[in-house]
Design a binder for this molecule. Structure first.
Ligand code: IPM
Ligand code: MN
Length: 412
């Protein structure tokens, strides 16, 4: 295997053409030794449903399609793909944010790969069919209750973070966000005209014991495989759901995970700690809304929202041993740069890496994707969201292709 290692953070002079680049450097993680042993399997193809969505979604999804073609060519698969519309794109074509037919495809796919939804074009469409409703329907109907949002600070990007290098360098935390409950889905959810020139808006934050229990288990199990620490965040000083959350997490800990170190933080204090000293955390478990907010904060620690992948997982079926899953970047549709070919495809590519890891038990190729991303960054390539002085700014396709070129080199 041709592979040159350099010291962490060492800078490699950027080159003009990515095609003629010499063997890459690895900033983090070594090449998975087992990679070469992978072969096309005697198995039915893995069925992927690609939902590019709106804005930069289709642009970053195009890079995943190249990655899938690469995997198939290398005998790492086979993956079969279908495509569907979601979000504003589905609304324009069908008047809904996702059709029943697309939902049926999602139900039978081995994994859904999702781009992004939304944009100012659909600001005025009715609430029920707004682009985001498509994503929420997928989460709810596929019962994807566990949202895993890792925040890893790649060494070459420590300078791109708004925080000091020493605060974020080497950061590796996992936010586990409850995804099918809480205020996102609680009823009633209404705006009522009070008739006196006033209106009243109601959202309902609701959690049952079983919902807290199963997400807590995901958090504890992940912590066990990592640095064995779980921090639970809620606001039990104000909210009843916080009181129950705290109680149930403690209970699960006592019953099944005494070996894992458990801490509790109020979500506001937790937000503060995330920017003060993020490396104190290993796994954070929290509800749907706090998880939404805290994961955006965590994303920025890593340099850019364009870097963060996510996995949304359902329960493992006792019958099939499989679980439903959707993989999407944490970033949105970025309408301001849509169509310009500038978007950072890394979060999307890394989301596909998470699919390999969590849906297909292919952790070596998943490691390879992460190593290739690190290598492309170590070479000095940057999309505009993560640019810094002296680096080479490239577009979506060039970054995607650079990652593939590194995979090719690393895999030997
Ligand atoms: C996210 C997004 C979504 C959410 C939107 C698009 C509905 O912000 O995945 O974090 O709020 O969950
Ligand atoms: Mn969000």
């Amino acid at each position: 295997m041709r592979l040159t290692k350099v010291r962490l953070g060492e800078q490699v002079p950027p080159r003009r053409s990515i095609v003629t680049m010499p063997p890459a450097v690895l900033a983090i993680r070594s090449v998975p030794p087992a990679f070469k042993q992978y072969k096309a399997r005697d198995m039915p193809a893995f069925k992927l449903l690609l939902l590019p969505g709106d804005g930069i979604g289709p642009e970053v999804m195009a890079e995943v399609e190249k990655l899938i073609a690469f995997m198939n060519k290398r005998g790492l698969g086979p993956f079969e793909t279908e495509r569907g519309l979601v979000g504003g794109a589905a609304y324009d074509a069908h008047g809904v944010a996702v059709t029943d037919a697309t939902m049926a495809l999602a139900q039978t796919a081995d994994a859904v790969i999702f781009g992004a939804v939304g944009g100012p074009k659909w600001d005025k469409v009715p609430f029920e069919v707004r682009p985001e409703a498509g994503l929420l329907r997928l989460r709810k109907e596929l019962r994807l209750f566990a949202n895993l949002r890792p925040a890893i600070c790649y060494a070459p990007l420590a300078e791109s973070s708004s925080l000091k290098r020493e605060v974020v360098e080497g950061l590796d935390i996992m936010i586990v966000r409850e995804l099918t409950g809480g205020v996102y889905f609680g009823e009633p959810k209404t705006i009522t005209d009070l008739g006196n020139g006033q209106k009243r808006a109601v959202d309902t934050q609701v959690y049952d014991t079983y919902e807290i229990e199963r997400i807590a288990r995901v958090g504890f199990e992940l912590a066990r495989k990592r640095r064995n620490k779980l921090t639970s965040m809620e606001k039990r000083n104000v909210m009843k759901t916080g009181v129950l959350w705290h109680e149930v997490v403690n209970d699960v800990h006592q019953r099944a995970f005494k070996d894992v170190r458990l801490e509790h933080q109020l979500a506001d204090a937790g937000a503060m700690q995330l920017v003060r000293h993020p490396k104190q955390f290993d796994v954070i478990v929290t509800d749907n809304l706090f998880g939404d907010v805290l994961s955006d904060v965590a994303a920025m620690l890593t340099g850019s929202l364009g870097m963060l992948p996510s996995a949304s997982l359902g329960e493992v079926s006792a019958k099939t041993g499989k679980r439903k899953a959707l993989y999407e970047p944490v970033h949105g549709s970025a309408p301001d740069i849509a169509g310009k070919g500038e978007a950072n495809p890394i979060a999307m590519l890394a989301s596909f890496g998470m699919a390999l890891r969590y849906s297909f038990a292919m952790s070596e190729p998943a490691d390879l994707i992460e190593a290739a991303i690190a290598a492309a960054l170590a070479r000095g390539l940057r999309t505009s969201d993560i640019k810094s002085p002296g680096m080479t700014v490239v577009g979506t396709a060039a970054m995607g292709e650079a990652v593939l070129a590194e995979m090719d080199l690393l895999a030997g």
